[in-house]
Design a protein around this ligand. Structure first.
Ligand code: FES
Length: 157
């Protein structure tokens, strides 16, 4: 059911853990299953001042979720490390699933968590640095926040 790559990243996740004094932290929750993923980023500023070209120097995750959620967390940290913020925002759930040689259709929603948690970490980074936040990212933040609140409610039952 799972690809070999999914199993590898599930059994030996890359970049699991927390970054102390992270420059940005994001949490995403899945409304269907209640699983929650947290992403931490350490960012190196670059010239320009609008944040888009700053570099994601380090990235780690903490995930309470299924095998696909762990594998997608691990994979997105591998994809995003060394990329600019702008590039990081362009990573889609399909990119993450493709890099894992696919996910079973019923597990595709799990890959949302990875791209959403990264978007939230970037939103947090932009907010802290008072960078201008695009309308698209603001909208994504509102949606992710709603889903997270719902998922966290599920976890409390
Ligand atoms: S079943 Fe919850 S994230 Fe996969």
């Amino acid at each position: 059911m799972y690809s070999k790559k999914v199993m590898e990243h599930f059994m030996n996740p890359m970049n699991a853990g927390e970054i102390e004094n992270a420059d940005g932290t994001g949490i995403a929750g899945n409304m269907i299953c209640g699983d929650v993923m947290q992403i931490f980023i350490k960012v190196k500023k670059s010239a320009g001042g609008n944040g888009k070209h700053d570099i994601i120097e380090d990235i780690k995750f903490k995930t309470m979720g299924c095998a696909a959620a762990i594998a997608t967390s691990s994979m997105i940290t591998e994809i995003a490390r060394g990329k600019t913020i702008e590039e990081g925002l362009k990573i889609t759930k399909a990119d993450v699933a493709d890099a894992l040689d696919g996910l079973p259709p019923i597990k595709m929603h799990c890959s949302n968590l990875a791209s959403d948690a990264l978007a939230e970490a970037i939103y947090d980074y932009f907010s802290k640095n008072k960078y201008e936040i695009s309308e698209g990212l603001k909208k994504a933040h509102e949606r992710i926040k709603q889903e997270r609140d719902y998922a966290e409610g599920l976890g409390e039952k």
